[in-house]
Ligand binder design. Structure first.
Ligand SMILES: [Zn+2]
Length: 392
């Protein structure tokens, strides 16, 4: 659906590398505004072609951002201009859907106010102020009502009024302080919505297809609600992910939320008891010497490395010259985690040991006195030898 029209380049506003800003004698590209992005498309002429990446208003003018693919844009050049009408139609559906959803939310919930929108090709975001808690149940209700409005196939009309006339329209929603002397473009869905808006719209609500609210985020009073008009495609994607998940969790659909909540509780309980256990743990330290400094080594197969942190910390704090090494080999013993620490007076940069001893096959980081990471050589002998070369 891309039929071009013939016009002329009226002005090359700017030119930088392959990018140019152009003004056409006749412009049918819709300029960005009110949260809707500008139209895209193409310009062609013999020996010249360009991709239109945006259209925006600058004062009275509508300017195209273009990426030159071939030739030079010249003032007076006759071109075939093609607006990407499929994309424009999609943005019109998204924008009209936004009007419907915003209106439903505002009319159902006193004090809820939509103050900004960002219309996108995949998803549209509605920014709203509401000093109460937004939740899925109210969004599901709003989604249902919006889809009913869409199914009723109400006409969507766009008319221009003078600012004086506009002030007399009952129930018209507009940013009154932003209205100037220019005509006001009023978008009306009879019996439902009447708003000043510069965007493109479908001619009747059924053309939106359908709305699916996909996400919401924020905290009171600043909320964002995301939705899409790609309802069928996204529903299919969601349902496939859910079915795969249900098979993994092995529970029926209606139990999924409960199972998730229970797993969360179990995780938190486990974390709490691990925290308690850490303090009580005494590790099987073996004492060695590197240089003239004591080195305590603990090899702890299958343990969580974090469990060793309090013990190791108190060890190097109680003797500022000492070093400590914790190795946690995996079950196969072919890799593992390490923690390497030293006291404040030890005078060693442990990061250097990890960096400059490739035989340890270690990756990690930290501070000069505390380094953690993973190693493919979770073997105490190799680490002690490396420490001896480095320190002794
Ligand atoms: Zn609009």
């Amino acid at each position: 659906m891309n039929t071009g029209y013939e016009t002329r380049i009226l002005q090359v506003v700017s030119r930088k590398g392959k990018d140019a800003n152009l003004i056409l004698e006749e412009n049918r590209f819709h300029a960005s505004g009110g949260g809707q992005p500008g139209d895209k498309g193409r310009l062609h002429a013999p020996g010249f072609s360009a991709e239109v990446t945006d259209c925006f208003r600058e004062g009275e003018q509508e300017v195209l951002s273009a990426r030159i693919l071939q030739g030079e844009p010249a003032e007076g050049l006759e071109v075939l201009a093609e607006v990407d009408l499929d994309r424009q139609d999609l943005l019109s559906r998204m924008h009209s859907a936004e009007h419907i959803l915003s209106r439903v939310l505002e009319s159902r919930h006193e004090g809820l106010k939509v103050y900004k929108v960002a219309v996108g090709e995949e998803e549209t975001t509605v920014f709203l102020h509401w000093d109460r808690q937004l939740d899925w149940s109210m969004l599901f209700e709003a989604e249902d009502e919006a889809n009913e409005v869409i199914a009723r196939d109400l006409p969507v009309t766009i008319r221009l009024f003078s600012p004086e006339e506009a002030q007399g329209i009952e129930g018209l929603k507009a940013n009154w302080d932003r209205l100037g002397k220019e005509p006001v473009r009023v978008v009306t869905i009879p019996g439902f919505d009447c708003i000043a808006c510069s965007g493109t719209h479908v001619s009747s609500t059924a053309k939106v297809g359908g709305i699916l609210v996909t996400a919401f985020r924020g905290t009171a009073p600043d909320w964002e609600v995301k939705f899409t008009v790609h309802r069928d495609r996204i529903l299919k994607e969601y349902s496939r992910v859910v079915r795969v998940l249900l098979r993994k969790v092995s529970c029926p659909l209606e139990k999924l939320e409960k199972v998730y909540d229970r797993l969360q509780e179990e995780r938190q309980a486990l974390a709490r008891s691990l925290d308690k256990a850490r303090g009580m743990l005494s590790l099987p330290w073996e004492t060695r010497t590197v240089g003239s400094r004591p080195l305590r080594v603990a090899v702890l197969p299958g343990m969580l490395p974090e469990m060793a942190v309090p013990g190791l910390k108190s060890l190097v704090e109680s003797d500022a010259h000492s070093l400590g090494l914790v190795l946690v080999p995996s079950a196969e013993g072919t890799e593992g985690s390490f923690i390497l620490a030293c006291g404040a007076e030890a005078g060693i940069d442990l990061r250097k040991l990890v960096r400059e001893h490739p035989e340890l096959m270690a990756r990690g980081g930290g501070s000069p006195g505390w380094v953690t990471g993973s190693t493919k050589v979770p073997n105490a002998k190799a680490w002690i030898e490396a420490l001896q070369r480095e320190v002794g």
